[in-house]
Ligand binder design. Structure first.
Ligand SMILES: C[S@@+](CC[C@H](N)C(=O)[O-])C[C@H]1O[C@@H](n2cnc3c(N)ncnc32)[C@H](O)[C@@H]1O
Length: 181
């Protein structure tokens, strides 16, 4: 069975390939629990120009490419009112990653860190977040800038971004801030 056909049968199953699954030196994997605690629905797909990790931005501010969020039309009534919003929080499922890493060595940082100190896609629940600018809505499709995922990444949720409560300008990630010194 190919990796593609495995993920078609179970849309939550990761697509396994060497690029995403190889352990780097010093990385540590945990034994995964025997069963899941919850199920979720993919409510759409994010279409982007990026097919590989090398092409993909590392964070949402690295590219201003206009990408499309294709919401399953069954959920379209849920967009009512969103047209008044300038920025949305997008939650998406990093389907091409391993879920057992507890210590990681991201290539671009060159230092090992715990999974929960990183924004790496490899985590027990590979949920990613971006604050994206909403360009416009066309039916059940959102045009946005500010995402950092591969083409066809499954969408989990859309929420309005509230600068008044979501923004914490004084927040610091110490290990990251020290790197620039
Ligand atoms: C560092 S993560 C940050 C994700 C998100 N903005 C966050 O903070 O939760 C972004 C990287 O994840 C990888 N990636 C993108 N889409 C992915 C997918 N569908 N499955 C696995 N990895 C993906 C790419 O290498 C991309 O540069």
């Amino acid at each position: 069975m190919t990796d593609e056909s495995a993920s078609e049968q179970d849309p939550g199953a990761p697509m396994r390939d060497d690029e995403f699954f190889a352990l780097r030196e010093g990385e540590v994997a945990a034994a995964l629990p025997a069963q899941f605690d919850a199920s979720l629905y993919f409510i759409g797909r994010i279409r982007t120009p990026w097919q590989s990790r090398e092409q993909c931005p590392k964070n949402p501010r690295e590219s201003d490419a206009v990408c499309t969020v294709e919401l399953d039309p069954r959920w379209a009534p849920g967009l009512e009112g969103l047209e008044t919003v300038t920025h949305v929080v997008l939650l998406y499922w990093m389907n091409r990653t391993r879920r057992d890493l507890v210590r990681q060595w991201p290539r671009h940082y060159g230092e090992r860190r715990g999974t929960f100190a990183l924004r790496s896609p490899a985590r027990p629940n590979p949920i990613a977040i971006s604050v994206a600018r909403l360009v416009r809505i066309e039916g059940s499709t959102l045009l946005v800038t500010g995402v950092d995922c591969l083409d066809n990444t499954p969408l989990l949720d859309i929420k309005p971004y509230f600068a008044s409560t979501d923004s914490v300008p004084e927040a610091v990630v110490g290990w990251h801030a020290r790197r620039g010194r």
